[in-house]
Write a new protein. Structure first.
Length: 95
């Protein structure tokens, strides 16, 4: 149980580092940190933010796939549902 807590805390710390670089528009670095976070302990937040970064890298299909992964991890997090809709609209899909 203690290892579980440690892994989750480590993953959240990596996600927060990624978020920092994301806000600085250092998307490659942010994605690398989100990847590390997901490897340590998958969270809906890390998938959602990685999807957002992918979207800003014009990697829309990967962004949508990340949002779907986020939903699988935590179906109660609303952001990935909204993000999928936004990404589809940006591509001209009125879904």
């Amino acid at each position: 149980m203690q290892e579980f807590h440690f892994l989750k805390q480590r993953a959240l710390a990596l996600w927060k580092q990624g978020e920092h670089y994301h806000m600085e528009n250092q998307l490659e670095r942010a994605v690398a940190l989100y990847n590390q976070s997901i490897e340590v302990y998958p969270t809906a937040e890390a998938y959602t933010f990685r999807g957002w970064a992918h979207f800003h890298q014009d990697r829309v299909l990967e962004a949508i796939a990340d949002c779907k992964a986020a939903i699988m991890v935590d179906p109660t997090l609303g952001n990935p549902y909204n993000d999928i809709g936004s990404y589809l609209v940006s591509q001209g899909d009125d879904a």
